[in-house]
Design a binder for this molecule. Structure first.
Ligand SMILES: Nc1ncnc2c1ncn2[C@@H]1O[C@H](COP(=O)(O)OP(=O)(O)OP(=O)(O)O)[C@@H](O)[C@H]1O
Length: 222
């Protein structure tokens, strides 16, 4: 069981997150929805340890990941909105910054990089890659340490259908293997992968029952 308890965050005087609470089981995917500027990226940044919250806990296996840096590093993976890749380097050279060489060779045959089709563009420089190739490579880098909890910030934004399918297959496999995902998204396809949905609005997180009606969802987010 993963528990997010009482997360609060303000920037100078602007309160962005007010007492955020939710729980999730292993093998599930929680979708965080909300309008632009509602605080979704701030929430993921707090959970990833990039931003310090004003209050709150992120409990996994009874330990607070916000305070236990070493445990957090081996447990949580973040796939940010903007890719963390080095533009001048090839896919291989980026991957080798995250993986041990033998592990990488194995992973390219049967691990996440293989599932995401990265072997097809191993020697291509990041600066010459499409958005979809960069996103797939970012995911492969983020999961090098086999995290049990993945934080994904709009993984499907601006991707074509083939690339979305690669990423959706990966998300499903990750859940099936018992991993947990907190997914910030605006994408209809991503919403279907989520076992539960929440809307973040005016700093408050509320549960939402998504029934496939996007118009209803848009009205609620507005
Ligand atoms: N470093 C910062 N300093 C001050 N205000 C910030 C900072 N980062 C974000 N904000 C403000 O906090 C609010 C939440 O921003 P955040 O990026 O978390 O929203 P979001 O829901 O992820 O938006 P989007 O959907 O556009 O990516 C916004 O009003 C934003 O302007």
């Amino acid at each position: 069981m993963i528990k997010i308890k009482g997360i609060e965050k303000k920037y100078i005087k602007k309160i962005v997150l007010k007492d955020i609470n939710f729980e999730m089981n292993e093998g599930s995917c929680v979708g965080i929805l909300g309008g632009n500027g509602s605080g979704k990226t701030t929430l993921l940044s707090v959970l990833a340890g990039i931003l310090k919250p004003d209050a709150g806990q992120f409990i996994y296996m009874g330990r607070d990941l916000l305070r236990d840096k070493i445990f957090r590093r081996s447990t949580v993976g973040l796939i940010p909105q903007t890719n963390p890749l080095i533009e001048e380097l090839s896919a291989w050279d980026n991957l080798i910054l995250w993986y041990d060489k033998n592990e990488l060779l194995k992973a390219l045959k049967s691990g996440v990089p293989a599932m995401l089709g990265i072997d097809e563009f191993l020697n291509v420089r990041v600066s010459r890659m499409s958005g979809g190739m960069k996103k797939r490579l970012s995911i492969a880098c983020a999961v090098a340490s086999s995290p049990r909890v993945l934080l994904m910030d709009e993984p499907s934004a601006a991707l074509d259908l083939v690339c979305k399918e690669h990423i959706h297959n990966y998300i499903n496999a990750f859940k099936k293997a018992g991993g947990s995902i907190i997914l910030v998204t605006h994408d209809e396809g991503d919403l279907k992968l989520c076992t539960r949905h929440y809307i973040l609005k005016n700093g408050i997180l509320e549960a939402y029952i998504y029934d496939g009606d996007v118009h209803k969802l848009v009205d609620r987010i507005r």
